[in-house]
Design a binder for this molecule. Structure first.
Ligand code: ATP
Ligand code: MG
Length: 291
């Protein structure tokens, strides 16, 4: 099943009002069985495309996932990438930066994790945290710019620009980028937090810090709006995915990844006549060994 993505894609230079964007839409699937069938189809197609992508060795694919807590990033990664083998696909979680990371510019820690040709890298959070959590909390900014640093008046504009330039540089050099914001409502987050407390096997997912961040909901919303507006480009677009329905979000995200991979048109490398001849010679040799 093909899901139309246009409504989720944020056009370059357009303003974004997340309050007006639904977190909840009528799902693309009709029933649980239907959901499972569509997901299985997407997963199988992704597995095939990823193998071609790996063999073609032409581009890297970077998938950035951002969201408020409990929006379902982990589940998306687990379900959508289920058919993709670990070879050629890496998932990297960006947590609070280490002391060493804090001594470098905010893009530095991402560089070593970027996908090579033929690879897929999924960033579970990313350098975008430096214009999100760091914008919301003055303390995080102090840590990033060092004890003697003073933030310039244009700090955020400069960071957006650094990100745009960085992503453009990656694009020009063969890396394709898609960025996904899982958009949940505050009420849905409340329900999921309650479930994390009430269901013992989910307790480990819940920390007091999550509740603290929830109080900054509005600030985060504004920070997301500003950064998505400033950094959604034709080459590295943002998708705002309604995520109150986890299953629906997974299907939309798998379609985004499918389209991204498909857009690369990955094909198995062509074998030349000469190489085919060599293969035939090797084949004959192997057959002879068995006699
Ligand atoms: P989960 O959804 O399972 O809770 P998570 O992605 O929230 O996963 P956590 O370990 O709970 O993972 O949180 C990582 C924390 O690190 C987030 O609160 C995030 O905002 C924070 N973080 C990431 N990058 C930075 C940064 N550059 N500066 C400060 N904090 C950061
Ligand atoms: Mg968390």
């Amino acid at each position: 099943m093909e899901i139309a993505l246009k409504t989720y894609r944020i056009p370059e230079g357009k303003s974004l009002d997340l309050k007006k964007r639904k977190t909840n839409v009528s799902p693309v699937y009709e029933s649980k069985t239907d959901y499972e069938a569509i997901l299985a189809d997407h997963v199988a197609r992704l597995a095939d495309l990823q193998q071609r992508h790996y063999a073609a060795n032409a581009h890297g694919l970077l998938i950035i996932l951002q969201a408020m807590d409990a929006a379902g990033k982990d589940g998306v990664i687990r379900h959508v990438m289920a058919g993709v083998g670990p070879q050629g696909c890496g998932v990297f979680a960006f947590k609070r930066p280490s002391d060493t990371e804090l001594e470098h510019d905010f893009l530095w820690r991402a560089v070593g994790k970027l996908p090579g040709r033929g690879e897929i890298a999924i960033f579970n959070r990313s350098y975008y945290e430096s214009v999100l959590v760091v914008k919301v909390h003055a303390k995080s900014l102090k840590e990033e710019i060092g004890p003697d640093g003073t933030p310039g008046a244009q700090l955020w504009q400069e960071r957006y620009r650094s990100i745009r330039d960085f992503e453009r540089h990656l694009h020009v050099n063969g890396t394709r980028i898609v960025k996904i914001f899982l958009h949940v409502s505050k009420e849905e987050q409340r329900q999921r937090f309650l479930a994390r407390i009430d269901e013992p096997h989910k307790n480990w997912k819940m920390t007091p810090a999550d509740i603290e961040e929830r109080q900054f909901w509005k600030d985060y919303r504004r920070a997301y709006e500003a950064c998505i507006e400033a950094t959604s480009t034709k080459e590295a677009p943002w998708y705002v995915v309604p995520a109150d329905d986890k299953e629906n979000a997974r299907l939309i995200v798998s379609q985004i990844v499918l389209d991204a991979l498909d857009g690369l048109g990955p094909e198995y490398p062509e074998i030349s006549l000469e190489q085919r001849g060599q293969l035939q010679a090797i084949r004959a040799q192997l057959l002879a060994e068995g006699e």
